[in-house]
Design a protein around this ligand. Structure first.
Ligand code: PMP
Length: 365
């Protein structure tokens, strides 16, 4: 019998695997598998969201004017050049759809964010993966992988799942080495976790260059993952193109209101950043002390650590052992890291329990 035939490249897509919140037997777990804010959501954002649910019958502001203005004011940007998406995921997808298609190449690094592969295949483009340098981005390898078919380059900075950071100088060098007709998508989902001096200069580049699209999210430090709001910044021309294909009414009324409050809540942002830095460095130190058992943490500037298990204790066994302590983490065999476990930095109590369990398992292995 005939049936609707999907495009053959669609069948080449492996669906996105979300972070687990339960063990294989269904036990609910504390979710350290999706890089959410362990402190939750700030009071100001929560209150704004609650107030905005009074009118549910009316469509949201399609132009998200207050949200664009609040983002622009917080970052010194032109509100007309801020675009918003149903999560930054939507923005990554529309960037790929607008600039690439069958016969084109979309380039990113090995151990890059898994949505890049889906975004490339979804539009029929060919995903091209450049080798890493000890899990970090290798700008020379990326530049060497550019061909005349390259239309889009995706780079997350800090990167997920590695947490590694590409410096401002290296980002500038990468941009300078890309042809101006290639769209450089700099995905800054974790940028709010950086100290000011660690900034990679992406927004400054996007202000001045015609081919840079920076994306950000409210899902991480702002604690609004449930509301699905991302934003991006680029030239007037790129923003005009992207608006043509974003979904209408793609950010909800309550989400817009909460995000406006969240972007202004600097106390919440700073507290979350300080918490993350303190406990990420503490956990990295604990892992370093287990190096004689084959454990190593990749240097991270994000709100998670990628831990590599190259001794008797395997990443899979560590993941299952952490289930027994009540924690979901992210094992990454599907991303070429069967020896890697990505652990979101939780509350102090959670981080201490995770470290103690890792130590007990490594020493008993
Ligand atoms: N980029 C990176 C690097 C991410 O890790 C994530 C979330 N896991 C996203 C983009 C998408 O986030 P959201 O759609 O929630 O904005």
């Amino acid at each position: 019998m005939t049936k609707p035939a999907p495009k053959d490249w669609i069948l080449g897509i492996s669906p996105y695997v979300p972070g687990k919140s339960a063990a294989d037997d269904g036990r609910p777990l504390v979710k350290l598998s999706a890089n959410e804010n362990p402190l939750g959501t700030g009071d100001a954002a929560r209150a704004a969201l609650a107030a905005a649910t009074a009118d549910l019958a009316t469509y949201p502001d399609p132009g998200a004017a207050r949200l664009r203005e609040a983002i622009a004011a917080a970052h010194g940007l032109d509100p007309a050049r801020v675009i918003y998406g149903t999560g930054s995921d939507e923005l990554l997808h529309i960037a790929a759809s607008a600039y690439a298609g069958p016969g084109d190449e979309i380039l990113y690094v090995r151990y890059g964010f898994s949505v890049y592969d889906i975004a490339a295949r979804r539009v029929g483009a060919t995903p091209v993966v450049a080798p890493d340098a000890d899990y970090a981005t290798d700008v020379d390898a990326l530049l060497a992988a550019v061909t005349e078919k390259t239309k889009v380059v995706f780079l997350a900075n800090p990167n997920n799942p590695t947490g590694t950071m590409t410096s401002r100088e290296e980002i500038a060098r990468l941009h300078a080495g890309l042809r101006p007709d290639i769209l450089f998508v700099l995905d800054q989902a974790y940028a709010e976790y950086l100290d000011g001096q660690e900034d990679d200069g992406g927004l400054e580049l996007a202000k001045n260059a015609s081919n840079v699209f920076v994306t950000r999210t409210f899902s991480k430090i702002y604690g609004l993952a449930a509301e699905r709001i991302g934003w991006g910044y680029a030239s007037v021309d790129v923003i005009d193109v992207l608006h043509r294909i974003r979904a209408p009414f793609n950010v909800t009324t309550a989400g817009q209101a909460a995000a406006v409050a969240a972007v202004q809540d600097t106390a919440w942002i700073e507290a979350s950043r300080a918490h993350n830095r303190q406990w990420r460095e503490w956990l990295a130190g604990e892992v370093a002390s287990l190096s004689n058992h084959g454990l190593r943490a990749v240097p991270s500037k994000a709100n998670f650590l990628l831990i590599l298990f190259d001794g008797k204790l395997t990443a899979e066994a560590a993941m299952k052992g952490l289930w027994d302590e009540g924690f979901a983490t992210r094992w990454l065999p599907g991303q070429g890291l069967p020896n890697g476990l990505r652990i979101t930095i939780g509350t102090e109590d959670q981080v201490r329990k995770v470290a103690a369990k890792l130590r007990a398992m490594a020493e008993a292995a």
